[in-house]
Design a protein around this ligand. Structure first.
Ligand SMILES: CC(C)(COP(=O)(O)OP(=O)(O)OC[C@H]1O[C@@H](n2cnc3c(N)ncnc32)[C@H](O)[C@@H]1OP(=O)(O)O)[C@@H](O)C(=O)NCCC(=O)NCCS
Length: 159
């Protein structure tokens, strides 16, 4: 059973421009070790509208983005929880929120590329071949430095 964080302790909200440095630092901690794809400050500024954050005592402790693709496909991207705050339910809270956002935008499928497939399986996603997601693979992955050697696992949830 996933833990439910106490609501008085945190706020889950749309990211603001003042969060960019904190989001960048959060993602960099994982991307430096290859757990997530790196994102530049310029990339975050350009795509800030996709991002949601969890703030705890004035600090951003988790972030995640919902990116839209053709054919009613969405992607959970750049999901990260501060290493000192993992296993407290924050990651699940963010993904469940992104699922709600995806449903409210009338998407039909939500995917992620991840090294933590079990985390997503607990939330209802299933592992699928990357070839079943051509909107992502041929639109975005093809431009990625990992394209020819990608070991991330694709997971998908039908909404
Ligand atoms: C994956 C991640 C977002 C999980 O966040 P979290 O806040 O720890 O997640 P939750 O507390 O909601 O975890 C729910 C359950 O999933 C499990 N889980 C968490 N991270 C996991 C992982 N990497 N692999 C497998 N299971 C995991 C937890 O153990 C927990 O189960 P439990 O209640 O039995 O202990 C976080 O570890 C993280 O930021 N990882 C690095 C970046 C990353 O891999 N992002 C996902 C790619 S898009």
């Amino acid at each position: 059973m996933n833990k439910t964080p106490q609501s008085q302790e945190f706020s889950l909200r749309a990211a603001a421009s003042t969060d960019i440095v904190a989001i960048h630092n959060l993602l960099k901690g994982y991307s430096d070790r290859g757990n997530l794809l790196p994102r530049s400050v310029h990339d975050l500024e350009t795509n800030l509208a996709d991002f949601w954050v969890i703030e705890l005592s004035g600090s951003v402790v988790a972030c995640g983005a919902l990116e839209l693709f053709p054919n009613r496909l969405g992607e959970v991207r750049s999901l990260a929880v501060n290493e000192t705050r993992t296993k407290a339910g924050l990651g699940s809270l963010l993904v469940n929120h992104l699922i709600e956002q995806a449903r409210s935008r009338n998407l039909s499928r939500l995917m992620a590329l991840t090294y933590a497939p079990e985390f997503f399986h607990r939330l209802g996603f299933r592992t699928v071949p990357k070839a079943t997601l051509p909107e992502k693979v041929w639109g975005i992955c093809v431009k990625c430095y990992k394209f020819y050697d990608c070991d991330e696992i694709a997971v998908l949830l039908y909404l």
